[in-house]
Each structure stands twice: as C-alpha cells, then as structure tokens.
Design a binder for this molecule. Structure first.
Ligand SMILES: Nc1ncnc2c1ncn2[C@@H]1O[C@H](COP(=O)(O)OP(=O)(O)O)[C@@H](O)[C@H]1O
Ligand SMILES: [Mg+2]
Length: 370
C-alpha cells in the first residue's frame, strides 16, 4: 500500500470482543470488531441497554472481557489494569469532588500516586491553564458554570496523559441549552488536543454533531460504522433508519427501502383512477418553525409500518398546506430510496470465541425472542 492511501494507524482496535455478565444470559456485547482511527472522535450510539457502556468499560479496564482483544496502538491491553492502559475516563455530569478546589480535583489522581504537593499542583495548574481555567483554579465546582466544570473534568482526565479519552454520556445530565454548548466545546478540545475520543451516547443528534465516526449498536452488536453523513444518508438496516430518525421505511415487493422524510413527496389525492403514489391520509400537522412535520398513515399497510412522516419547508407548506384527515399520495424519486439490509445478526455458535455450540440455532432463536 502506498503512503498516500495508507489509513492512519488504528489507535484502538477491538477484535471479537464479548461480555457475558452471567451464564445462560445473552451476551451484553457479542464478538464486536471495531477500529478507531488515531486522533478521531468516535461515538458509540444506540438505545439504552445495547452494550455501549459495557464496551467502553472494557476498553477502560473497569470491566473484564469475556472474550476477544483490545489493542491500543498495537499493544494488547485486554488484561492490563485500568491505570496502565493509556486511557482515561470522563463520567456523566463530570463527577467532580464538590469539596475540592478545581486544582485539587485535577491533582487528585497524582495525590493517589504519592506525587508531592508542589509537583502535582504544578502539573494540575499547567493543565488548567491549557483548558483556559488557570484563573479559576481555587474555585470549588459549585462556584463554576457547567462549561467551566466540564473543562475541570477534562483537565482531571488528562492529567494521566492518556492516549484515548473515554466519555460515558458526559452531557446527558445537562439542560438542553448547555448540552449543545458543551458538545461544541468537547469537539473543539478533541481537535485541539489531537487525542482519540470515544464518546458513548444514546442521542443520535449528539453523535451526529460530534463524531468523525459513528458506531451504531443494537442488542450487543454493531449495526453500522461510518461518518454521520454516511450513516444518515445510507442507513444499513431498518434498525439504523428508524433509530437515526428522519426516515420512512417502505416495504416493497423486493424488500425494504428507506427514504428520508424531507425527500418523501406528498401530493393531494385527486381520486382519478390509476393515480400514482401510495395512498395515505394526514394524521398530524406539527409546525416546527423552518419546517412543518406531517404525520401520515399509509392505506392498507401493516400497522407497524403504516406510520410515516413528511417534512415540508415552511415555504412549501405555505404554497400548498395539508390538514388532518386529508387524503394524499406519497412518492419519492428513485435516487432517494436506500435499499436496507437485514441488519446485524448474532454470531451464533461462536460465542466468546469458544467451539461451536450444538445448540447454536436454539441460542439464536432465543436471542431473537429476547
Ligand atoms: N454490571 C452488570 N451486571 C449484569 N448485567 C449488566 C451489568 N451492566 C450492564 N448489564 C446489562 O448488559 C446490557 C448492556 O448494558 P450497558 O452496556 O450498560 O448498555 P448501554 O450503556 O448501551 O445502555 C444490558 O442488558 C444491561 O442490563
Ligand atoms: Mg450506558
């Protein structure tokens, strides 16, 4: 491979990584493979319980792996203690010690290592300077704004000089306004520090805003890996299309397709015979400012797939508005339809890297029923 096209070194490589908390239960993480490029912002995204935190904790060394390997810059760290891995963790709502100053919060882990007070205060002070918090080093967390607390938490995580920063839902306890501000700051710090960030979130909006690479997880498996643009514009499966939102899924004769709701076309039903498009009626009209979101129900389609939405610009809606109960036709341009694959399936029979189980098909059925 020539130097120009060679991919950047993988900072983190996860190979067939599994976690089973208890025998007889399906694995929380099932033989996932993932490469995270050095210096990139990676978001693990998925619904609650899909295995995001378990994956992150295994990378951090706060949870043992049941099988598989974790490599950091080609070094196998799977069985190393957390402190020896070159990773650091930043927790939900930053988890600062309320009774300690910003400086002592940042210096805390050095104190645990027995480093002298003058040395640890010097290093903590330098880091606080680096995140533009030097002038507030003596303040306690309660005397700092949310944004300032986040910078202290960042400095505290960076004091161990990690190669990879791990963040588990760091913004989820913040109010929506602050959350949007804080995520812009996280993104800026990641680029400025040039570190690899792995950020767990259940919010697709947050992942889209932050990630170079998004990893969509479902039920202990990885459904799709790609840039936010790739994942949003080419969802791999019905799960991804629905989880990302903003898509309609249509069951056609030759399979499922996803169409973005801003690419889904609506026209008034004329009642003429052989009218093109799928018949539907409007169930909901929601004014959203720039857009108007129409809820619709397709006629003669199974209930679980009959609800769809159409996003119209305010301008288009002003030209031709729709009212609840109105009969319409739904269509789309061929170019805007994305063929959906079946989605990730459990690697039955290979669980935990062991020999194939005789009951693999049964296990797979049980997993599907769960
Ligand atoms: N310490 C634990 N003991 C047993 N089961 C756990 C433990 N932690 C998580 N789980 C289970 O593992 C699955 C994945 O959990 P988790 O990784 O926390 O998901 P997420 O972070 O995506 O919400 C869930 O079914 C959860 O109930
Ligand atoms: Mg979690």
């Amino acid at each position: 491979m020539d130097a120009v096209t060679a991919p950047p070194p993988a900072a983190v490589e996860i190979v067939a990584l599994s976690k089973r908390y208890a025998a007889g239960t399906p694995p929380a993480v099932d033989q996932i493979d993932l490469r995270i490029a050095s210096g990139s912002y990676c978001c693990l995204l998925g619904p609650s319980g899909c295995g995001k935190s378990t994956t992150l904790r295994m990378v951090a060394g706060h949870e043992s792996a049941s099988g598989g390997d974790i490599l950091l810059d080609n070094r196998n760290i799977t069985n190393l203690p957390a402190a020896a891995r070159g990773t650091a963790m930043m927790f939900q709502s930053f988890a600062l010690f309320p009774h300690l100053s910003a400086l002592d919060n940042v210096a805390f882990s050095l104190k645990m290592k027995g480093i002298s007070k003058s040395e640890r205060h010097k290093r903590a002070g330098n880091l606080l300077e680096r995140v533009a918090m030097g002038h507030l080093a003596e303040r306690k967390p309660g005397e700092l704004s949310g944004g300032q607390q986040q910078r202290v938490a960042l400095a505290r995580a960076l004091i161990t000089e990690p190669r990879v920063l791990l963040l588990d839902e760091p913004l989820s306890a913040l109010d929506p306004f602050l959350r949007i501000q804080m995520r812009a700051e996280l993104r800026r710090w990641q680029k400025e520090l040039g570190l690899t960030f792995i950020h767990v979130t259940h919010s697709q909006e947050e992942a889209m805003a932050l990630a170079d690479t998004m990893v969509v997880m479902n039920n202990g498996l990885i459904e799709q890996v790609g840039s936010p643009h790739q994942v949003y514009n080419h969802p791999a499966s019905e799960f991804v299309a629905r989880f990302m939102g903003g898509h309609n899924v249509f069951a056609l004769n030759d399979g499922l397709v996803a169409v973005r709701n801003d690419h889904t076309r609506i026209s008034p039903a004329t009642g003429a015979a052989g009218e093109p498009g799928i018949p539907a009626h409007v169930t909901d009209v929601e004014y959203q400012g720039t857009y108007v979101l129409l809820g619709l129900r397709l006629t003669g389609v199974r209930p679980e797939r009959s609800g769809i939405s159409v996003l119209l610009s305010e301008k288009d809606f002003a030209v031709r508005s729709y009212a609840v109960g109105e009969s319409v036709r739904i269509s789309w341009a061929e170019l805007d339809a994305r063929t959906l694959g079946p989605g990730a399936t459990r690697p039955a029979g290979r669980s935990n890297g062991g020999p194939p189980s005789r009951n693999a098909p049964l296990a797979a059925l049980a997993a599907m029923a769960a």
